[in-house]
Design a protein around this ligand. Sequence first.
Ligand code: KMH
Ligand code: ZN
Length: 272
Amino acid sequence: MTGTTLITVAPTGAEADKSAVPALPVTLDELVATAKACEAAGAAVVHVHIRDAEARPTLDPGRLADTVAALRAETTLVVQLSTGGAVSDPYEARLRVLDAAPDACSLTCGTVNFGDDVFLNPWGFVAELYQATQEKGVVPEFELFDLGHIATLHRLLDRYGPPYGGRVHCDLVMGVPGGFAGDLRTVAAAVAQLPAGATWSATGIGRTALPVLFAALSGGGHLRVGMEDTLTFAKGRPVRDNAELVTRAAAAATLAQRPPMDSTAARAFLGL
Ligand code: KMH
Ligand code: ZN
């Protein structure tokens, strides 16, 4: 267990509608302002999905490159681009995300029912994306939505070797309808199957946010929070902004005697 906690903020996602959630950061200015506030509150990594001029999810290469540049100019956060995108994004567009030259990227290790949709990540795509991260020098974060994804992670490492940067860092995405339940015993079951030496964070979708946060802290894990995953701060009270989710996570981590890691430490931790 490290003495500090890596906090990742996932401020936007691809699912929430700006019209229904006005506080969601969707423009580049909103994203940069959110990132700065979250860095000040204790985040070290930003997990980025971007939107187009109509606030719809996009993987437009020019917008992605501009986003990486703006976040680098205005923050010291580790910039992790989503290669998951939206459930409708084609594989080619998801592979092209790496051309924006982020520090890091998400890499989901298997297909999962995703509410009424399906988030498709067949073996061939996962293997191609993983090898592209190795070739392009992008640190992958292995997104795990279900136990079978951990089997695929083992297969990936056995076949293609360690990730760029050397650290196998995973994120357990819990509470998606169709994936892991968002509770303590499922966190424990997943962590028990991770590769030896792997580190992990966890995030709980919706009402599983707090049970998963406390399970992760007590189990030696790191944290991901943000409006991609959680839009309700407490029963009947919408999230005001991403920074309040980071502030709550940082306070919990500090209470657990594992205060937030800054971005310099995060870069060393991830092998950047
Ligand atoms: N939006 C989901 C379909 C990732 O960022 O890599 C996929 C997702 C995972 O959010
Ligand atoms: Zn995401």
